[in-house]
Structure formats: C-alpha cells, structure tokens
Design a protein around this ligand. Structure first.
Ligand code: CP
Length: 315
C-alpha cells in the first residue's frame, strides 16, 4: 500500500467524490488495523445516532456495532416514531439531535444528495456519515468493497472488475465505478443494456455475461431495485428470465478464472442475480464484505472523531 502521510480526518464523509487515492487507502489502512484489534481512547463521552429513513439491515447494524466497538454511546432514533411524521424537516431533526448532545451520526435517505443542505448549513456541526442517498452515493459500502478487494489481491492497479445488474438505481455502482477507476482498476459492466447509460459508458464497456465471467478478477453483482422501478416495469419482470440472461449461474461460475472472486453488496435475491448455491461458495466474499463493513465504519467514525479532536489515544 502507498505510504499514508496523515491519518484520515474528515468533518463529514458523504461521497467518494470527495476522497483522493490517499484518503481511500488511509480508510482501508485504518479499517485493516481495526480488524487486527486496534482500539481508540476518547477524551470524553461521545454520542452517536443512526438515522435510517430507508430500510437497511447491514449498514444500520454495522454502523451501530462500529460505534459501540469504538466506545461511543448510541442514541436510539426511529424515524417511524419521530416528529418527522409531524412535518419536522430533516435539518431541524439533525439540529435537535445536535442540541441534545449527539456528536456524530450516520444517515440514510431516499433523496439523492440529501446531505448537501446539511453539510453547508452553518448551524450544523455534528459529523455526518452518508449511509446511502437514493441512487447517489454509498461511501461506506464502497470502502468496505475496496477493503475486501485489497485483502484479496493486495493492489487495485490493472484488476478487471465487472459491475453487473441494475446500474441506474444503484448507489454502489456509482460510488464504486468512480473509486475503482481512480485506483487504477479497469471497470466493466453487465446486465440489461437499458441500465447501461452514458454515465456508465464513460467509465467502461458493457459485455455479455459469458464474456465477463471468463475474463474478470471480480464479479460484483447487484440486485434489481424493485422499489425504485415503476409498476409496469416490475410487472414485466421475470426472475427466471433475468437469471438466465444476466445472472451468475452455476455454469457461468465454472467459467470464472481460479483466483477470481464474487462480490455483492447485499441484500441478495437468491436465484435471480446469483444462483442460490453460489452465495456461500468458495469464490464468494459476500459475508466477508459484511464483516469488513464494521471495521470500515469504525474507520469512518474515527476520522470524524479525529477531526473534532475527540480521540485521546490510538493503540
Ligand atoms: N448493502 C447495504 O447497504 O445493505 P443494507 O441495505 O441492508 O444496509
């Protein structure tokens, strides 16, 4: 890994577009150290809140696990029972939590770039980690994907990585194609061509599944995001047809090179984008990605704590 000249210190972590190569490698380095047992000591009690206005299993629970492992106190917040339902704005909700003493938070929201108004508001000082904005960015997922790839190959330069599936609606695809290209990997795309729009063509070519599987180091699969697709399109969707044309079938997995791996941000729709039997096969790193998610989120939170001078020691 390149020499890290300074530990990551960020006021907020909201988009991969804000990160340089050194920033990304610094997060991966910190996450790797947390995985090896590194701990931090805080200067005072620090409070975190997790605001998930969209469904989540992995990101929500692993941010909370990361916060607890760092010694933060986690304040419970449930949007379904909150005053958001009485018309309170997101900005006022954040300022309320800040006023009661929350220092850092993870936020997921269906609105693309919801964070722009928050991080530019001079009255908001709480640290914001973007836990996913609509089809925009998912920086903690991207960083855990990068950590998992780095653990496997020890570098990014020259790797061939295919992102396959519902590209248009995927914040993972957006975050990862930018980061992987910046790190020197070659990005390819697969799945229904209607989702391979100009923004993706600027980053890499589209290939049929049978060509991708025989050439790639990493097959990164995405689920079809039915919640972001209209009723007509959902009505015409056939899981069996999709699996046959664009899925990682048993036959296609057998065509993959020996050292290649399978990734998926999950949740997985077994039998659609990937055969049921392959979710936990030897090549699959899907549950390793989830494990690494805790350490990456420890690194993200620590970067915001360093920025606020709340870290006494790291050992
Ligand atoms: N990968 C991911 O973001 O999963 P969740 O939606 O369960 O958080």
């Amino acid at each position: 890994m390149m020499q890290i000249t300074k530990p990551a210190s960020f006021e907020n972590v909201v988009s991969m577009e804000d990160l340089s190569v050194e920033d990304v490698l610094s997060f991966v380095h910190d996450a790797t150290e947390f995985k090896a047992g590194k701990q931090i000591e805080l200067k005072r009690p620090v409070y975190a809140a997790n605001l998930f206005f969209e469904n989540s299993t992995r990101t929500h629970t692993s941010f909370e696990m990361a916060e607890r492992k760092l010694g933060l106190q986690v304040v419970n917040f449930d949007p379904a029972c909150s005053s958001v339902n009485k018309g309170e704005t997101m900005g006022d909700t954040i300022k309320t939590l800040q006023a009661i003493g929350v220092d850092v938070m993870a936020i997921r929201h269906k609105k693309n770039e919801y964070y722009k108004d928050l991080v530019s508001d001079p009255n908001i000082h709480v640290g914001i980690a973007n836990a996913g904005d609509g089809s925009g960015q998912h920086p903690s997922q991207s960083l855990l994907d990068l950590m998992t790839i780095y653990e496997e190959f020890g570098h990014f330069e020259g790797l061939k990585i295919a992102i396959v599936g519902d590209l248009t609606h995927s914040r993972v695809a957006h975050s990862n194609m930018e980061a992987l290209t910046m790190l020197g990997a070659h990005v390819y795309f697969g799945g229904p061509k209607k989702w391979y729009t100009d923004e993706f063509a600027n980053y890499g070519e589209w290939l049929p599944m049978d060509e991708l599987v025989s050439q790639m180091d990493v097959m990164m699969l995405l689920r079809v995001q039915h919640e972001r697709i209209d009723a007509n399109e959902n009505g015409a969707f056939s899981a069996a047809d999709y699996h046959e044309k664009y899925g990682l079938t048993l036959k296609r997995e057998a065509m993959m090179p020996d050292q290649s791996i399978i990734m998926h941000p999950a949740p997985v729709n077994r039998g659609v984008e990937i055969a049921d039997e392959l979710v936990e096969c030897d090549k699959s790193r899907i549950f390793r990605q989830m494990e690494n998610g805790v350490f990456v989120r420890m690194a993200i939170m620590t970067s915001m704590l360093r920025n606020r001078d709340l870290v006494k020691a790291e050992y």
